[in-house]
Design a protein around this ligand. Sequence first.
Ligand code: ME8
Length: 502
Amino acid sequence: MNKFYITTPIYYVNSRPHIGHAYTTVAADILARYYRLKFGNENVWFLTGTDEHGAKIAQAAEKEGKEPLVFADEVSGEYREVWKTLNIANDDFIRTTEERHETIASELLAKLKNSKTPKGNDVLYKDKYEGLYCIGCESYKKDEDLVDGKCPDHGTEPQFLSEENWYFRLSDFGDVVLEQIKSDKIKIAPEGRKKEVLSFIEHGLEDVAISRQNLKWGIPLPFDNEQVAYVWIEALMNYISALGYPKDEKFKKFWPANTQLLGKDILKFHCVIWPAMLTALEIELPQELFVHGYFTIDGKKMSKTLGNVIDPIDLVDEFGSDAARYLIVSQFQFGNDGDVKADEFITKYNSDLANGVGNLVNRVLVMTDKYCGGKVPDKKYNADLDLKNVWQVIDKNYSEYKLYENISQIMEVIRFCDSYIDETKPWSLDKEGKQDEIDQIIYNLLEIIRNLAQLLKPYLPEAGEKILTYLNQSEFSSDAIEVGSKIEKGEPLFLRKDVKAE
Ligand code: ME8
């Protein structure tokens, strides 16, 4: 059966959703929307959510003088709102403070306690931990991870911890996970990230603490009531708890995940600990982990101090939700590190959306009205653009996460149409009374923009839907556009913005 289960990381509720979170979520939404077109709505499951336990959240809540759960309710609610505003069509939204997650995470922790490693040792054991912990990363640190005694990502000095912890015997899983990754049993893409993970494992894995003693805000360990689970361990479990592991039909239908998206910042947790944990639990591995890069804004790291954190809601207010989605993913190749050029948002909006998509669709609809009485002329498609081939390229690109390349493909279709109109000049043919030729041209253009609407839908769901409505298509079909059907003139899809005024 062709099914598609896609996940994003679950985001920490210590800070509000920003364009970085939106980046991964919009990308996942584009993929989910494409596979819904391909496999049918019922065969696609798209999960996102929020990560709500741990020291970082407890601290952020305390700062605001709120109970952690009250605080988490608020910020998690903001995430949901932002996703709605961006037209994200996720099928589920998991919160790690929900009972459904806590119950399953607890069962899985108990199961880990009773499991053996590939070398026959207990997976979990208790030991003293003395060392450093960065709350910003929610991660244990070694001296060599620090720069001038500080965490390079957060600029803060890690805390010294001295506590009894439960450990996961990760060191016993190195060979197995190495083989799983080498053989693509769990595919890590892009290739560079796979190499990075392999080299990390080859250098030898150390065991990881999976509990915290002096922390209350977490899921209690079912076998030690003095400890709560380390936030990362239970957070990773969301990908299966949300499906109702192990009995729910949803789990049976959708697990293993086809694609799990994540940023490179959380590569080790997903590409090393997650497969080791699933192996220990005897649960199938996800098919693929796609690790994308990190972006800067106008060349600078996004940070509150610099004041360059972009709020997705501001983007939607200024450009509308379709355009906000587009501006977020159209900046550089998915997978690479990149730079989001906020300075160029308006130029890009005007060139690709107002002058590109919007102008073409408007031209074709107006010409259909003017030269063909607002009806699809009686012709067959014969333009030099092979639509079947376009779809094949698009499909292959999606399977390789080439979201940026697909935008280029779509823009090429638009450029083809613009040149076709400029070269054939229907207005001159009209003056010469060559109706038959006009009919052919308009038919070709209508058929192309019908396909264009469907190609655009994952990126620009509203505009795609509007174009189909103007073309009187309640649904996209593999048959060509119906001769004689009525075409609306429609409204302009994207109004041009005045660069100077802005
Ligand atoms: O790490 N560029 O949550 P988080 C690209 N709760 N992507 C970015 C980005 C940027 N500048 N900034 C953020 C966590 N992201 C854990 C995950 S999963 C079981 C637990 C995106 O709120 C990117 O996807 O810190 C990154 O991996 C994620 O936000 C980190 O979100």
